[in-house]
Design a protein around this ligand. Structure first.
Ligand SMILES: [Zn+2]
Length: 284
C-alpha cells in the first residue's frame, strides 16, 4: 500500500474475527495465489524451491524463504477456514481458468483490443467472470483487513452472491511496456516470456472530509492488470456485466514495485538492462 500518513485515522480496532462472516479468523489467504507462486518457481529449470522466486516490494528484496508460509506470501490471519476454503473455491477455480488463458495466449493478447468472456469461460461466462471478480474482491477484503481498514458491506454482499457490486469497479488493463518486454523476452528465447512476473500493484486510499471513501487494489499476471477500485456511493459496471470488454493499454512503472519472478530469469537476463521495462518508447 502506498504510504499515506492519514491511514491511522481510518484504522478500526484489532479483531480476531473473519472479516467476511464474523466467525473466528483462523487462516491466512495468500497474497499471490499459491498455485501461481508454484508456477513461477517451477518455471526455473529444475526449480520449484522458494529460492527460485525473487520478490521485490517496499519491505523486501530477495528470494523467498517459503512458498507457503510467512508474511511475505500471506495476508495476516483474518479469514475463517470455511470462507478461505470451501466458500471461495469457485473464485479460485475462476482465477485458475483465467490465469491458464493468459499464459496460453500471452503472445496474442497484446494484439486483442477486446476480450470475449465466452472464449475464457464458455457458455457459463457470466458466472466465471463474476467469480473471477469475487476472487479479487476477496483479495481486496484481505488487504483492507490486513491494514485494519473496514471492508465495504457491498463487497461482502457481492462475495455472498449479489449480482452487482456498484461501488467497486473491477477492470482489466494491459501494461504496454510489460507487453513489449514480453515480446522481447520471447524473441530472446524465454519460453514463458513475462508471464512469470506476477505481483500486487501499489494501492492508494481516497479520503474526503476525514472519511475513507475509496481504495484501489491491483494484481498482475505478466502484462495483464486486474484492478478493483472501491469508491463509496458510486455505481459503475464491471467486467462480468458485459459479454465483451475492452482491454485498454496503459503505461506505468508500477509493475516493478512489487513483483515475484523466477530467479533464474533474473540470472539469465544478466546481459539485459537492469530494468527490462525501462527504455521502451510509449505508444502513441
Ligand atoms: Zn468466515
Amino acid at each position: 500500500m502506498v504510504p499515506d500518513p492519514r491511514i491511522e485515522e481510518f484504522r478500526i480496532p484489532e479483531s480476531d474475527c473473519c472479516w467476511w462472516c464474523g466467525d473466528l479468523a483462523a487462516t491466512q489467504e495468500h497474497r499471490i495465489k499459491h498455485s501461481t507462486i508454484r508456477r513461477v518457481a517451477n518455471s526455473t529449470p529444475g526449480g520449484g524451491r522458494p529460492s527460485d522466486v525473487y520478490k521485490v516490494s517496499d519491505d523486501y528484496r530477495g528470494v523467498l524463504r517459503s512458498l507457503k508460509k510467512g508474511s511475505q506470501v500471506k495476508w495476516r490471519k483474518n479469514l475463517c477456514a470455511d470462507c478461505n476454503n470451501s466458500r471461495s473455491q469457485p473464485f479460485d477455480r475462476a482465477y485458475d481458468v483465467m490465469e491458464a488463458f493468459i499464459v496460453e495466449y500471452a503472445d496474442e493478447l497484446m494484439r486483442w483490443p477486446r476480450l470475449t468472456w465466452s472464449d475464457v469461460y464458455g457458455e457459463d461466462w457470466q458466472a466465471g467472470a463474476a467469480n473471477l471478480a469475487r476472487y479479487f474482491g476477496k483479495q481486496l477484503g484481505c488487504m483492507l483487513a490486513d491494514q485494519r481498514l473496514p471492508v465495504p458491506t457491498e463487497l461482502i454482499a457481492f462475495l455472498n452472491g449479489a449480482d452487482r457490486c456498484p461501488s467497486v469497479a473491477f477492470m482489466i488493463f494491459r501494461n504496454w511496456k510489460a507487453g513489449s518486454a514480453h515480446r522481447m523476452m520471447r524473441r530472446d528465447g524465454f519460453t514463458e516470456g513475462i508471464t512469470t512476473f506476477v505481483g500486487l500493484l501499489p494501492s492508494s486510499l481516497r479520503h474526503q472530509d476525514g472519511r475513507l471513501i475509496g481504495v484501489d487494489f491491483g494484481y498482475h499476471i505478466g502484462y495483464v492488470w486486474f484492478c478493483a477500485q472501491w469508491w463509496e456511493d458510486t455505481d459503475r459496471s464491471s467486467w462480468w456485466e458485459h459479454p465483451v470488454i475492452d482491454l485498454p493499454l496503459l503505461n506505468a512503472n508500477a509493475l516493478d514495485r512489487i513483483s515475484w519472478k523466477a530467479r533464474e530469469l533474473g540470472v539469465r537476463m544478466k546481459n539485459w538492462p537492469k530494468d527490462p521495462l525501462r527504455g521502451q518508447s510509449a505508444p502513441r
